[in-house]
Design a protein around this ligand. Structure first.
Ligand code: AMP
Ligand code: GLY
Length: 454
């Protein structure tokens, strides 16, 4: 099978690595790819948003499947364009991608369908948004509705901060069109879990959930980032369902994926590809923080080394893209009585734990410095280094080229062991200004030591 992967980050490197590990004969092409991906795939220098050139490439190379990593090409309608040209592609149409690209659309869908989420109001006028912030009371969350590169969410401790965020977006044009509608949202507390479902729009498979670490510094302090690390598996249970002992992942299939996918189909925009539910496990149960229309980054780098899956990830994704039966749970099934995860045709589990430590460049999450030379020692068995913001300079040296530079994923028998191995290797990689967290997975380690105390 010949597969075109679109994107250039750690997530796309992890997908390429997993496809090749499962099937060494798979023929991979990446656009634009990165120096890590280049060890597994032929990289073609076409931007992920150049839909015309990507379509030409896919037709010329006669690819069997295109896999889209980032949201930008999905928001531009790459899936609609490829399908019109008769090309199989994994991802949602532009209309279905609105579940990520319009937070107002996603929130309205959840409110209409009774899908658990924070209460919120949508506003285009600053005066009414300010009034909504007062009605909710501080702390309160203000969000730009459109895509804002992860920067459009402001958690406000005071009403004055909320007023400033509202004015920035609605009057100051801070995020351009993406911020011309805002959500004013109730503040939630709890741990966050990312859960992915692969779907052809009619049936779906939920993968085990995992946890991202969004803050820059140890102990979940400092500014928000795109993600400084992730770990798998997560042993959280839903506090609102103490008797079921269902994992958060299983709960999510029932309370989130079935109604959401059904509602998307009913609204004439069936969702195909990967639906990412960002959940907050509040004292009242799991609630949706956001949906994304693609794999998470860096969650993918922690999930794919440790996930045991049969049939293979690529064959499930190919089936989801082409509409071939792939044995998922039907979307239209009544939620009551549905078996929560999996199906007799799909087996899923974990080959131990995995911890991913991200190495970020100087200046991140602000404007990152680029061009620092990277020293990359060989990785031992059970450790894999995924490239994200790397490039080759004129002399062929590996240099930093983005905010998140590398993701160091290590397997272990449990999260504590995987953390130690990931960190040990991360410390051996060298470049000027390197930033990393040394505590990825700490919540799981604390949970396990608490439960072994009793
Ligand atoms: P989003 O882009 O919607 O995922 O928001 C980014 C981050 O902001 C989330 O991962 C949360 O940590 C935080 N956040 C978003 N919405 C809320 C909320 N309603 N309550 C508390 N934190 C939130
Ligand atoms: N790790 C968060 C995201 O992929 O959006």
């Amino acid at each position: 099978m010949r597969v075109l992967i679109i994107g250039s980050g750690g997530r796309e490197h992890a997908l390429a690595w997993r496809f090749k590990r499962d099937d060494p004969t798979v023929d991979l092409i990446a656009a634009p790819g990165n120096p890590g991906i280049a060890e597994l795939a032929e990289c073609v220098s076409i931007a992920a948003t150049d839909l015309v050139a990507l379509e030409r490439l896919a037709l010329e190379l006669d690819v069997d499947l295109t896999v889209v990593g980032p949201e930008a090409p999905l928001a531009l309608g790459i899936v609609d364009r490829f399908r019109a040209a008769g090309l199989a592609i994994f991802g949602p149409t532009q209309a279905a991608a609105e579940i990520e690209t319009s937070k107002a659309f996603a929130k309205q869908l959840m409110l209409d369908e009774g899908i658990p989420t924070a209460r919120a109001q949508m506003h285009t006028s600053a005066a009414s948004a300010r009034a909504a912030a007062r009605a909710f009371g501080a702390p309160v969350v203000v969000k730009a509705s459109g895509l804002a590169a992860g920067k459009g969410v402001v958690v406000c401790d005071t009403i004055e901060e909320a007023d400033r965020a509202i004015d920035d977006m609605l009057e100051g044009n801070r995020f351009g069109d993406a911020g011309h509608e805002v959500l004013v949202e109730e503040f939630m507390t709890g741990e966050e879990v990312s859960v992915f479902a692969i779907t052809d729009g009619r049936s779906f498979v939920v993968l085990p959930g995992l946890q991202d670490h969004k803050r820059l510094l140890d102990g979940d302090l400092g500014p928000n980032t795109g993600g400084m690390g992730a770990y798998f598996p997560v042993s959280l249970h839903d506090p609102a369902e103490p008797d079921t002992q269902l994992s958060v992942t299983a709960e999510a299939s029932l309370s989130v994926f079935i109604p959401t996918l059904r509602a998307m189909a009913e609204r004439g925009r069936p969702f195909t590809g990967l639906l990412y539910a960002g959940l907050m496990i509040t004292p009242q149960g799991a609630k949706v923080v956001e949906f994304n229309c693609r794999f998470g980054d860096p969650e993918t780098q922690a999930l794919l080394p440790a996930l045991a899956l049969s049939p293979s990830l690529l064959s499930l994704m190919h089936a989801a893209a082409t509409g071939a039966p792939f044995g998922g749970m039907p979307v239209m099934m009544e939620a009551a009585g549905a078996s929560p995860v999996g199906s007799p045709m799909i087996s899923m589990g974990a080959e131990g734990a995995c911890v991913t430590t991200v190495l970020a460049a100087a200046g991140y999450p602000g404007t990152p410095r680029t061009g620092d030379v990277i020293t990359l020692p060989p990785a031992e068995d059970g450790v894999v280094v995924f490239h994200a913001g790397t490039a080759r300079d004129a002399e062929g040296r590996l240099v930093t080229a983005g905010g998140r530079v590398l993701a160091v994923s290590a397997l272990g028998s449990d999260v504590a062991e995987a953390q130690a191995r990931s960190l040990a290797h991360a410390e051996r990689i060298d470049f000027a200004g390197k930033q990393l967290r040394r505590d990825i997975g700490w919540r799981e380690i604390a949970r396990t030591s608490r439960s072994s105390d009793v």
